[in-house]
Design a protein around this ligand. Structure first.
Ligand code: M6R
Length: 611
C-alpha cells in the first residue's frame, strides 16, 4: 500500500520519479506528490491519480538531481492535497514519504502538540517527521542519529525516505515491515517500493531488511542497523523484464494478465513437473519432506484471492494426502490465539508476499514451532524471508489490482505440493499420481484453447452489465471458484455479488432469487454434477437466470441455462484452474462495459501492508 520512488544521481530526478510513480500506482492511487531540491525544497502534491499531478506540473522547471515521490492509499485522513505525501517538517527543510502505519502516532502527536507543534495534515507520517526533527533539534545530533532514536520509539510498519535540503546529495531511508528496494546504477541510486520503477535503469538491486537504515548518495550506499553498525548490502540481480510490467498492446493489465495464464502456468510447472520421471521436484518441499510426511495437520493461510486458493487446495490436500487441513483468513487466525503444535505445517499463500495480516499470522505460528512454507509470487518479499521454505509461483509481475494469473499459479503450486506430499505419505496410488501429473501438464494448452474464443463471455457481460446483484454457486472445489468469481465481480464492476456452496442456497440465499437475478454456477463435470443441476432447476423455478461454467460437451446444462461458458475437460481436482478464467473475464468485461477503471478499482490497493 502506497508506492515510494526516490532518486539521487546524475539524471533529472523528476522524470524518473514520475515514471516510477505510474508503475507503482497499483499500490495506491488516491493522491500523489514529489519533493525536489531546486533552489531549496520544492513540494508538489495533488489529490487523484498520478496523471493529475503530471498535468499540473507539465511545463514547470523541475530540475533537480535528487527527489522523492509517493502515490498514496489513504489510511490516516481522507484523500486530499494536504494529506498527500511528501510531508514537510516544521522548519521546512525536510520532506518525507512513508508507506505503512505508525500505530502510536496519537501519543507522539500529543507529545509534539505539548511542545507547540501544529499539524497541516491528519497523517501519521507528518507526526513522525516532526518527531524526528524535534529529536534532532533537541539533541543537536545528525538527522541520521535522530532517525535512529525516533525509530526505536515507533510502533508500526514503515518504509520512509527523507530528503534533507541541508544535505542535498543524500537520501535517508529506513524499513520495517514494508518493502524497499534500492537499484544501483553508475553514480546513481534508485529507491522504490518494488523493482518495477528500477528495472529499466539497472539490474543490480539491494533489498533493504527490516530495522535497517540506508544512507544513499550518488556514489555510495551505506546500510546500517539501528545500533549504528554497518551491514554489508547483498547485491542481487533482478529477474524481471521490462516487457513484463508493460501492457504490450492490451487495453488493460488485467486483460493481459488473464491472457498470460497459459504461459504463467507453464512457467510455474517448468523444472518442477518432471514427466520423464513422473515426479514433482519442489526444492522447498524436498528440504522438509520428512516433516511433511509425518505432519498431522496443515494450515493454509491467506487473504482475499489467496485465501480462495487455500480453499481449493484444501480439497486437493485432503483427498490425496489424507491429512486434516484448515484454511484460515490470516487476519482471523492471528488474533484468535490459535492452537498451533510444533508438528503443524503452515502454508502462507500471498501474491505480493507483503500482506500484513498474513505476515503477522505466520510470525505467530512460527513462534509456536510450526513449519512455515510460502506460496508467493514476489521473490525476496517479506513473507518469503520469514518462511522456512516454499515455492514461488513464477507468474511474473501482476500489475492489475485484481489477482488473476497469480491465483491460477497459486493453485498450480499448491497442487504440485500436494502431489509430492501425497507421494511421500503413500496416500496416492502410482496410476492416479501419474494421471494427475499428465493432466497438470496439459493445463496450459487447455487454458490457451479456452482463451482462443471469448465471445461467449463478452456476450454474457454485455447482457448482465447492469445487474444489481449476482449469486455465484458451486460445490466441492467449484465452491471456492464461485467465491473467487464473486470477489472478482465485486472488485472490478462494483456489482454486489455473493458466493455460496450451491447446497447452502436453500438455507437462506434462495430468498434473494427473483425474476432475472443472474446466478452463476460453476458446473464443470464432477461427482456433484447432478446435484448442481437440481440446484439450477431450483433457480429456474423461481425465474432466476442461470449462467453456467460447464465442461465442453456437456449435454445436460445447456438445456437449462440461459448462457453457458465452456471450459476444456480435465480432472475435477484441477478444474478450478480452468473454471475461474471465464469468471475473471466476466468481471473484466462487465467492468469495461460500465466504463470503470478495471486496473485500479476504487478503494483497493494491490499490496495490503496495513492490518
Ligand atoms: O498479496 P496477497 O495475495 O497476499 O493479497 C491478498 C489479497 O489482498 C488479494 O488477493 C486481494 O483480495 C485481491 N484484490 C484479489 O483480487
Amino acid at each position: 500500500m502506497c508506492g515510494i520512488v526516490a532518486y539521487v544521481g546524475g539524471r533529472e530526478a523528476y522524470p524518473v520519479i514520475l515514471k516510477g510513480l505510474k508503475r507503482l500506482e497499483y499500490r495506491g492511487y488516491d493522491s500523489s506528490g514529489v519533493a525536489l531540491l531546486s533552489d531549496g525544497l520544492v513540494v508538489h502534491k495533488r489529490k487523484g491519480r498520478v496523471s493529475v499531478l503530471e498535468e499540473e506540473l507539465t511545463g514547470r522547471d523541475l530540475r533537480s538531481p535528487i527527489g522523492i515521490g509517493h502515490t498514496r492509499w489513504a489510511t490516516h485522513g481522507e484523500p486530499s492535497d494536504r494529506n498527500a505525501h511528501p510531508h514537510v517538517s516544521r522548519v521546512g527543510r525536510l520532506a518525507m514519504v512513508h508507506n505503512g502505519i505508525i500505530e502510536n502516532y496519537v501519543q507522539l502527536r500529543q507529545e509534539l502538540a505539548g511542545k507547540g507543534y501544529s499539524f497541516r495534515s491528519d497523517t501519521d507520517t507528518e507526526v513522525l517527521l516532526h518527531f524526528i526533527e524535534d529529536i534532532r533539534d533537541h539533541n543537536g545530533c545528525t538527522l541520521e542519529e535522530a532517525l535512529r532514536i525516533a525509530l526505536r520509539r515507533v510502533v508500526g510498519a514503515y518504509v520512509i525516505v527523507i530528503l534533507d535540503a541541508d544535505n542535498p546529495d543524500t537520501l535517508l531511508a529506513a524499513r520495517k515491515g514494508s518493502p524497499l528496494v534500492i537499484g544501483i546504477g553508475r553514480g546513481e541510486h534508485f529507491l522504490a517500493s518494488d523493482a518495477s520503477p528500477i528495472v529499466e535503469y539497472t539490474q543490480q538491486v539491494v533489498y533493504v531488511n527490516d530495522h535497517e537504515l540506508a544512507i544513499v548518495r550518488p556514489d555510495e550506499l551505506i546500510l546500517k542497523n539501528l545500533g549504528n553498525e554497518r551491514v554489508t548490502p547483498w547485491v542481487q540481480s533482478l529477474d524481471m523484464e521490462l516487457a513484463a510490467i508493460e501492457k504490450e498492446g492490451y487495453e488493460h493489465f488485467m486483460l493481459k494478465e488473464v491472457f498470460e495464464q497459459p504461459r504463467s502456468i507453464r512457467d510455474c510447472l517448468r523444472g518442477r513437473l518432471d514427466m520423464t520421471e513422473g515426479r514433482i521436484h519442489l526444492r522447498g518441499v524436498e528440504e522438509h519432506i520428512d516433516r511433511l510426511k509425518e505432519t498431522q495437520r496443515i494450515i493454509l493461510l491467506g487473504c482475499g484471492t489467496s485465501w480462495h486458493a487455500g480453499l481449493v487446495a484444501e480439497y486437493v490436500f485432503e483427498q490425496i494426502c489424507r491429512v486434516p487441513v484448515e484454511v484460515e483468513y490470516a487476519s482471523e487466525f492471528r488474533y484468535r490465539d490459535p492452537v498451533v503444535r510444533s508438528g503443524d505445517v503452515v502454508i502462507a499463500i500471498s501474491q505480493s508476499g507483503e500482506t500484513a495480516d498474513t505476515l503477522v499470522a505466520i510470525e505467530r505460528a512460527k513462534e509456536q514451532g510450526a513449519l512455515i512454507l510460502g506460496v508467493l509470487n514476489v521473490v525476496g518479499s517479506s513473507i518469503a524471508r520469514l518462511s522456512h521454505a516454499g515455492a514461488y509461483t513464477h507468474a511474473g509481475p501482476e500489475i492489475g489490482v485484481a489477482s488473476t494469473k497469480a491465483f491460477t499459479a497459486q493453485l498450480t503450486v499448491l497442487i504440485m505440493m500436494a502431489l509430492r506430499i501425497a507421494e511421500a505419505r503413500g496416500t496416492i496410488g502410482r496410476d492416479r499420481h501419474l494421471r494427475l501429473l499428465q493432466e497438470l501438464d496439459a493445463i496450459p494448452e487447455k487454458a490457451q484453447a479456452l482463451l482462443a474464443d471469448t465471445s461467449a463471455v463478452r456476450r454474457v457481460a454485455a447482457r448482465w452489465a447492469r445487474a444489481r446483484d449476482m449469486l455465484f454457486l458451486g460445490r466441492g472445489p467449484g465452491f471456492p471458484v464461485a467465491l473467487e468469481g464473486a470477489l472478482k465481480l465485486k472488485e472490478i464492476s462494483y456489482i454486489h455479488a455473493e458466493g455460496y456452496p450451491a447446497a447452502e442456497m436453500k438455507h437462506g440465499p434462495i430468498a434473494l432469487v427473483e425474476e432475472g437475478l443472474p446466478v452463476v454456477f460453476v458446473a464443470t463435470r464432477d461427482a456433484f454434477h447432478e446435484k448442481l443441476i437440481s440446484n439450477m432447476q431450483e433457480i429456474r423455478a423461481r425465474r432466476g437466470s442461470v449462467i453456467a461454467v460447464v465442461t465442453e460437451g456437456d449435454t445436460l446444462v445447456p438445456g437449462l441455462a440461459d448462457e453457458v461458458l465452456e471450459v476444456p475437460a480435465c480432472d475435477p481436482l484441477l478444474a478450478p484452474i480452468l473454471a475461474v478464467i471465464p469468471l475473471q473475464l466476466l468481471a473484466y468485461h462487465i467492468g469495461v462495459e460500465k466504463g470503470l477503471d478495471v486496473d485500479k478499482p476504487r478503494n483497493l490497493a494491490k499490496s495490503v501492508t496495513v492490518e
